[in-house]
Design a protein around this ligand. Structure first.
Ligand code: URA
Length: 232
């Protein structure tokens, strides 16, 4: 890596202060101690779906495979760089996302944008953002197993097309749904999991960070680890 300009350093410090306040956290070893080795699993493939992301959106955005198709305002396919090295997955669209048809556009989404800027990424640059479910569950309840089993092939196909280096699941619900376990966020954090052959990290949902700002220190450790993987 070449020399880093003063302007870059200042920009980094401004972003970090904006996110995390005046304290600076220095990670000496970017790999958390609980890192597990990656287990590769069979990758499902869906040859009946188009092999272009925007055609795929057109192909599925009138979906009515589950009841959420009747209550949604908009189908929330996903947004970002179709060649991203990082795919970020939340659980399901909320109210703002349902109204706009785009993931993470509410308060939590604004915080996510700041976190991405702090690792020199954005929803247009090297990142793709989507959810396990493409339609909003009523009153933002957790996804039902039946909804996940109808919708997850869409996510898997998106990931197969994007071929990211890393998937980040935001929050316990997204993490346990993708990993098919009933574990706490604490036990899923700090490990490199496997999602159909792609490494996956689970970290805090930005809405949780808004409710508990003291978790931002650990979230920042996670995102520095995430950056070290996608920069490699
Ligand atoms: N929370 C999520 O999990 N996804 C969104 O798109 C918005 C909020």
């Amino acid at each position: 890596m070449g020399p880093v300009s003063d302007e870059k350093v200042n920009q980094y410090l401004r972003q970090t202060r904006d996110l995390f306040g005046d304290e600076i956290y220095v990670e000496l070893d970017p790999t958390p101690s609980g890192t597990s080795s990656i287990k590769s699993t069979q990758k499902p493939s869906y040859s009946e779906f188009p092999s272009d992301l925007s055609l795929f959106n057109q192909h599925i955005n009138q979906c009515h495979k589950c009841e959420l198709g009747n209550s949604r305002t908009n189908f929330v396919f996903g947004v970002g760089d179709p060649k991203a090295s990082l795919v970020i997955v939340g659980e399901a669209p909320g109210e703002q996302e349902d109204l706009k048809g785009e993931p993470f556009v509410g308060r939590a989404g604004k915080l996510l944008d700041k976190i991405l800027a702090a690792i020199d990424r954005s929803r247009e640059k090297d990142v793709y953002i989507c959810n396990v479910l493409k339609c909003r569950p009523p009153n933002n309840r957790d996804p039902l197993a039946s909804e996940v089993s109808e919708c997850e092939p869409y996510l898997i196909h998106q990931i197969n097309l994007i071929r990211p280096k890393l998937i980040v699941a935001l929050g316990r619900v997204a993490g346990k749904t993708l990993l098919n376990v009933d574990n706490s966020l604490k036990s899923m954090r700090g490990q490199l999991h496997d999602y159909h052959g792609t490494p996956l990290i689970v970290t805090y949902h930005p809405a949780a960070l808004l409710r508990n700002p003291n978790w931002k220190t650990d979230a920042w450790k996670d995102f520095k680890w995430i950056r070290s993987i996608i920069d490699a």
